[in-house]
Design a binder for this molecule. Structure first.
Ligand SMILES: Nc1ncnc2c1ncn2[C@@H]1O[C@H](COP(=O)(O)OP(=O)(O)OP(=O)(O)O)[C@@H](O)[C@H]1O
Ligand SMILES: [Mg+2]
Length: 338
């Protein structure tokens, strides 16, 4: 276990709920994890497992007032940001924590020049004038490998290719040299070659700027290539946490093993590559099964799994799994306390 000071962010008991007409739904349940300084930490899981909600909760971007975010603590570089109000979060967002989204076109304004948008965090957080911002954006464009950067400054978003737009978004994310960059499926919308270039760029930026990265993906190939630590999410909970070697060498949760088994092999035809190999579906969060949330789909299910929810339990050095296979059954099941 690392001490808090080794971590750029340390999340404890993050719980996010939506209150609405159809009742309350808890989309994140007591989520805890750390991101080491200068590390790339993966968040992986099927669609709907809560990856984006984790990112939005950390950024203070969960839709209000339906969404309610609570946490025991969220230490960002040692400072607890979990109780900050909206105005204080605005001061942190884009400066200390920045985010890159899947589809840059939807997060860019189509009628504003690219440089003005990429430079906006500098206007908000550093109060720089237009000339200084433009010069800094040009530097960032060079750094993220945008060719002919000077001519791209005045482009509108639609005049850039998808890969260049994502480079511009990464430039925007890094322009204030944030402590943490959260990348939510940053390459999913890109072709394979561009995807590889963007991932390479993110690794380079981590090395040059020193920014720690949370990499959100459903692709374990990207996790293997990019990440130091991995967090596997299922139905709003962390179900396995390990360093990347442990996760691939010694996956301990049957869900992780299912995800690993569903990694496409290059020899398979593309059509079959998209087939998930874990039978069944992610549960409806409003109607969770009794016991372990994964039990209805689990190949190794035992009677206790259908009765009592397992806790996250250590299975090795810095390696934990939420599974009765790895929990001493003599241990009395305890209620999860947020
Ligand atoms: N505004 C909302 N109100 C209620 N529930 C929501 C809202 N937004 C998201 N959810 C629910 O929160 C859960 C987690 O969603 P989230 O977007 O975090 O999943 P994800 O892991 O990012 O999935 P994907 O891989 O598809 O991006 C889902 O069950 C989703 O339906
Ligand atoms: Mg998502």
């Amino acid at each position: 276990m690392t001490s808090a000071s080794d971590n750029i962010i340390s999340v404890r008991g993050l719980t996010t709920e939506f209150h609405g007409g159809r009742g309350d739904v808890r989309v994140l349940d007591n989520v805890s994890f750390d991101v080491g300084r200068g590390k790339i930490v993966g968040l992986v899981g099927e669609s709907g497992s809560g990856k984006s909600m984790t990112a939005l909760s950390l950024m203070g971007l969960v839709p209000q007032p339906q969404g309610q975010v609570t946490a025991q603590s969220i230490l960002l570089d040692g400072k607890d940001i979990s109780k900050l109000g909206a105005a204080e979060m605005r001061g942190i967002r884009g400066r200390d924590i920045a985010m890159v989204f899947q589809e840059p076109m939807t997060s860019l304004n189509p009628v504003r020049k690219v440089w003005e948008q990429v430079g906006e965090p500098l206007a908000i957080h550093k109060g720089l004038g237009r000339k200084a911002i433009r010069a800094r954006v040009l530097e960032m464009f060079e750094m993220v490998g945008i060719p002919e950067p000077e001519t791209r400054l005045d482009a509108y978003p639609h005049q850039l290719s998808g890969g260049l737009r994502q480079r511009a978004m990464i430039a925007m994310g890094l322009i204030c040299e944030p402590k943490l960059l959260i990348a939510d499926e940053p390459t999913t919308a890109l072709d394979v070659t561009t995807q590889a270039q963007i991932l390479q760029l993110m690794r380079e930026m981590r090395d040059r700027v020193g920014t720690s990265i949370i990499m959100i993906t459903h692709d374990l190939g990207i996790i293997a290539e990019m990440c130091d630590q991995v967090n596997v999410m299922y139905a709003g909970q962390m179900v396995e946490q390990a360093d990347v070697f442990q996760l691939f060498e010694n996956p301990s949760h049957p869900y992780t093993r299912g995800l690993l088994a569903s990694i496409p092999r290059a020899t398979e035809p593309p059509a079959s590559r998209r087939m998930p190999s874990i039978p069944g579906m992610v549960p409806n969060l409003a109607k969770l099964p009794q016991g372990c949330r994964f039990s209805p789909r689990c190949a190794e299910v035992m009677p206790i799994c259908r009765q009592t929810a397992p806790q996250l339990a250590g299975v090795g050095d810095g390696h934990a799994a939420r599974c009765w296979l790895h929990t001493p059954q003599s241990a009395l099941p305890q209620e999860e306390t947020p």
